[in-house]
Design a binder for this molecule. Structure first.
Ligand SMILES: [Zn+2]
Length: 215
């Protein structure tokens, strides 16, 4: 399966007619936050495949579209933020947002709030585990604490994500939020059973859900 993951930045060649030829064989698109709804809607309409997404700390709850429509979600896309969903046989969990760094910020969470969001997913994930179904992909906006994260408050990762990886052992964790050109960080880190990938601003991933192999 071909997965196209996006985050943080509108990439000109993706937001153009070129996307059709370039990504004709993509099966699922994954949005890892800080992406305007018009971009997600464009991608889903051009590729005509399922698009799952979570929110970033810069995503407004209500967005004005070019036709003056006020959008509260990306039309035709699957909001998996805080949820567990199976799409084309791949098990996804979504935990968008960043660490809280402003009292009034949207899609910002304290560690305690994020932990509660994780706990709400636990029954679904444990049910999948009982049926020997792995969690294929955890899609987040923020990285975990200490892995790919930054030194400033806004780019500090979640400690609770490490507990999540320990318990639910997703095969892949895809995140954004950390702009590689600025942080000069490495994009891929292995943490126990999980390969953590910073996909900023896009990455094409081949993934075999039967073996968990990816490239
Ligand atoms: Zn962000």
């Amino acid at each position: 399966m071909k997965l196209l993951a996006l985050s943080d930045e509108v990439v000109p060649f993706i937001y153009s007619g070129q996307i059709k030829e370039r990504y004709a064989d993509v099966d699922i698109v994954i949005g890892c936050g800080d992406l305007p709804y018009y971009y997600l809607e464009f991608v889903v309409s051009m590729l005509d495949v399922p698009l799952v997404y979570v929110h970033g700390n810069h995503d407004h709850r209500r967005q004005r579209m070019s036709n003056d429509r006020i959008a509260t979600h990306a039309e035709g896309c699957i909001d998996i933020d805080g949820r567990v969903e199976t799409v084309k046989g791949i098990n996804f969990a979504g935990l968008g947002g960043s660490i809280r760094y402003r009292p009034d910020g949207t899609h910002q969470y304290t560690e305690g709030q994020m932990r509660r969001r994780m706990l709400r997913q636990a029954p679904m994930l444990l049910g999948q585990r009982l049926r020997a179904k792995p969690l294929d992909i955890l899609a987040t906006h923020s990285p975990p604490f200490g892995i790919h994260d930054g030194n400033d408050r806004a780019h500090t990762g979640f400690k609770s994500f490490l507990n999540y990886l320990d318990i639910f052992q997703p095969r892949l964790m895809l995140h954004g939020h950390i702009h590689l050109y600025r942080e000069k960080a490495q994009p891929i880190t292995q943490y126990k059973q999980t390969t953590i990938i910073n996909i900023f601003p896009y990455r094409l991933i081949s993934y075999d859900p039967h073996t968990g192999q990816f490239a």
